[in-house]
Design a protein around this ligand. Structure first.
Ligand code: BG6
Length: 497
């Protein structure tokens, strides 16, 4: 159960608030995880009386929801906001506890942080009788957190003029996914996997986050971001870190985040020549999926007609430490691929001696598949003797699906993350040093894309698994990527999971 507090949501009429935050808050209220006197204050540009705004809010939240209009660049409006918050604080006995949620575009981050800071709304009780503040204050910042190493450094510095690091919650919603947290449980709550979890037994890792949707109505944002900034710098690197980190000594926010930081610090830095041979970029082009024509990226709204922004990226990276020395990690993400699937595939090494040579044993390099979404679960593939006469080896799966747990419903990532903010647990949020380290690693790839004429952006028809050039990218097993379904553009090969 959370303490009484005021949850202030900037961007209250925006897409993120409606699609993710309100449903997540409603779930938390329904599960009685939020204290009865917690209240929500939506903040937005347009004027709405409380009553009118409540019409758009889920039923269970209505009576606790208030609205305040603001021009985020007008200092006077922050004074009005402070007065409103102070009034609500007294009325609902919030104890001065406030969460500021910035569900707004990055261009508004600074003015809002400054506005909050200059009115003193950021000041916490410091334990002394003279303390100027009451209760705790936390600020939640949505991704993208900057768009380069330099920008992230500057933004962190700016936030830290008003908030201490422990007050800051940087969202990477992938960390809030139940199945991502389960990777830690799977690795560190079981004794049998960890001894195998290293270069001696693992040949390579494959991390895929594929999406079947295109860029929807986000053309102007996406065209300046691309897959590298939108997915690789944050979600994919975080997945890699959770899969590759050392066991932390304690399950506390700083112990866990220090281990993931060490992974980022150990990522091998490439020269431009190495980047060229370890990165494949693509962009979807016009195609027909299930009889319907799908526009190519350059024909999407708000995208430059000659855009070189990648909607697909595949990378081969290495973590240069004792555990992972020499083990390639393949990252892959893309829009308009055949299906939505996020998974980590751990490929174990082949047996040192082929006892059943020629009897189908090539099928059976063991794989452990950590399925993040959909079809959440864990799958282990292994070879066994085909029953009957003769001696043929065949591939079989041991399969655990969360859906088999029946009554259990996987909570949305935002539900988990909002609860953690309210209870002050920052384990699943990105620390300043980590976000900076990830940008520092990714920047050279982006600069190579922008400045090195050798970088090709391959076209791939929407509904296929990206550029054909990426098919041979994984050289380890000679088997390429694990693709849970076929290309959609081949007649009859519709994807069914
Ligand atoms: C967001 C990206 O962070 O993650 C989107 O900006 C992407 O482009 C989304 O579609 C994917 O999230 P999920 O939870 O649907 O896998």
């Amino acid at each position: 159960m959370t303490e009484n507090s005021i949850i202030v949501i900037f961007g209250a009429t925006g897409d993120l608030a409606r699609r993710k935050l309100y449903p997540a808050l409603e779930e938390l209220v329904e599960k009685k995880l939020v204290s009865g006197d917690t209240i929500f204050l939506g903040v937005g540009r347009k004027y709405h009386p409380d009553e009118e705004f409540r019409k758009e809010i889920p039923e269970l939240l209505k009576e606790r929801f208030f609205y305040q209009q603001i021009n985020t660049t007008d200092p006077g409006d922050y004074i009005k906001l402070k007065n409103r918050i102070d009034k609500l604080d007294i009325e609902y006995a919030s104890g001065g506890n406030i969460v500021f949620y910035l569900a707004v575009p990055p261009s508004m981050h600074r003015s809002i942080i400054e506005g909050i800071g200059e009115t003193g709304l950021n000041i916490e009780a410091d334990g002394t009788p003279e303390s100027k503040g009451r209760g705790w204050k936390r600020i939640v910042v949505e991704k993208p957190f900057g768009n380069s190493w330099k920008a992230a450094l500057e933004l962190n510095k700016f936030i830290h003029t008003y908030f201490s690091e422990k007050q800051v919650y940087r969202i990477d919603h992938y960390l809030g996914k139940e199945t991502v947290q389960n990777i830690m449980a799977f690795r560190f709550a079981n004794g049998i996997f960890e001894p195998l979890w290293n270069r001696n037994y693992i040949s390579h890792l494959e991390i895929t986050a594929s999406e079947s949707i295109g860029i929807e109505s986000r053309g102007s944002y996406y065209d300046s971001a691309g897959a590298m900034r939108d997915m690789v710098q944050n979600h994919l690197l975080q997945l890699a870190a959770v899969a590759a980190m050392e066991p932390p000594p304690f399950f506390t926010p700083d112990a866990v985040r220090t281990e993931t930081l060490k992974v980022f610090q150990a990522l091998r830095r490439y020269s431009p020549d190495e980047i060229i041979s370890n990165m494949i970029l693509g962009q979807y082009v016009d195609s027909t999926i299930r009889g319907e024509s799908v526009p190519g990226y350059r024909n999407e709204k708000d995208v430059k007609p000659d855009s070189r922004t990648e909607t697909y990226a595949a990378l081969r990276i290495f973590i240069d430490n004792w555990r992972w020395g020499g083990v390639p990690i393949y990252l892959r993400t893309g829009k308009r691929l055949p299906t939505r699937v996020t998974e980590i595939v751990v490929h174990f090494r082949e047996t040192p001696h082929k006892l059943f040579k020629g009897k189908g044993d090539s099928c059976c390099q063991n794989k452990l598949i950590l399925r993040i979404q959909p079809d959440e679960g864990v799958l282990l593939t292994f070879g066994m003797k085909q029953p009957g006469s003769g001696f043929e080896i065949t591939n079989r799966d041991m399969d655990f699906k969360y859906s088999d747990l029946g009554e259990f419903k996987i909570p949305d990532a935002y539900e988990r993350l909002l609860y953690d903010v309210m209870t002050g647990d920052s384990t699943l949020f990105t620390r300043a040093d980590s976000v900076e380290e990830c940008w520092k690693f990714i920047d050279p790839f982006i600069s190579c894309r922008d400045n090195d004429s050798r970088v090709i952006i391959y076209g791939y028809p929407a509904g296929t698994w990206g550029p054909a050039e990426a098919d041979t990218f994984i050289s380890e097993s000679g088997k390429g990527w694990r693709s849970p379904c076929k290309n959609l553009t081949e007649a009859g090969n519709y994807c069914e999971l």
